[in-house]
Ligand binder design. Sequence first.
Ligand code: CP
Length: 305
Amino acid sequence: MRHLLNPLDLTVDEITDILDLASDIEKNPDKYKEACKGKKIATLFYEPSTRTRLSFETAMLNLGGNVIGFSDASCSSASKGESVADTIRLVSCYADICAMRHPKEGAPFVASLHSSIPVINAGDGGHQHPTQTLTDMMTIRSLKGRLENLTIGLCGDLKFGRTVHSLIHALVRYTGIKFILISPPELRLPDYMKEEVLLENNIPFEEVSSLDEAIGKLDILYMTRVQKERFFNEQDYIRLKDCYILDNAKMAMARPDMLVLHPLPRVNEIATEVDKDPRAVYFKQVQYGVYVRMALILTLLEITV
Ligand code: CP
């Protein structure tokens, strides 16, 4: 039995297989519409979500399976003090696979230790979000044609942004990747990520504060939200929340083939005027998220079609 807690739980070859399967699902959805007949996914969301939860549920429904779960810990027995360990023990009696989001880093890992079904980390605190990473990789591979030889700008909250941490972990295994880390000093990428992931893998990177300075060099601009829920001090959040706003004036400085990704939700960091720019692919990214989650469910349940 396999879990997916971190992008590194999958080898590069396994990621290629999942992305290939997701592309086949995109082209031939009917082929897969009964692949999970009789199977159930449990979506255990202790923290708010729109895309991740609904895309997991859509993925299982598209595969002919069913969905159980909760979208708010206050509606579950977690509110009575039930532990993650006990919750996953009983969910293992009800479902075949589960996706868990939790505000505490490591909660899905704890669940995996007590689970008899595959556990997928659907986002744990500021730590990891591996299925968003698979979504991002499918978006880049589908629209750019490659996962190698890319200069990727990561912009916004690089300190708490779990999507950024997961994406870096996954992409350092590809050749010719360079990162430009664009953030205010307070929201820089944590030292452990620079030392243990970027430097350890000899990945070139630079840290800048100015988006204007970096945007013209990028193949991919990965925008992120400054996350109110990760701040301890509201004044700091208010000071930093609008530190980057991508608008048409900034897009005019970018390469004609640069792509803008964003895991969403966005608040102010991308002006809605950018949505019409063909380089803005964050809503296509949402659709790719369903295909990769369908592919991941099939892979972890060892179902071949
Ligand atoms: N990208 C993402 O995780 O979105 P949600 O928080 O809506 O699931």
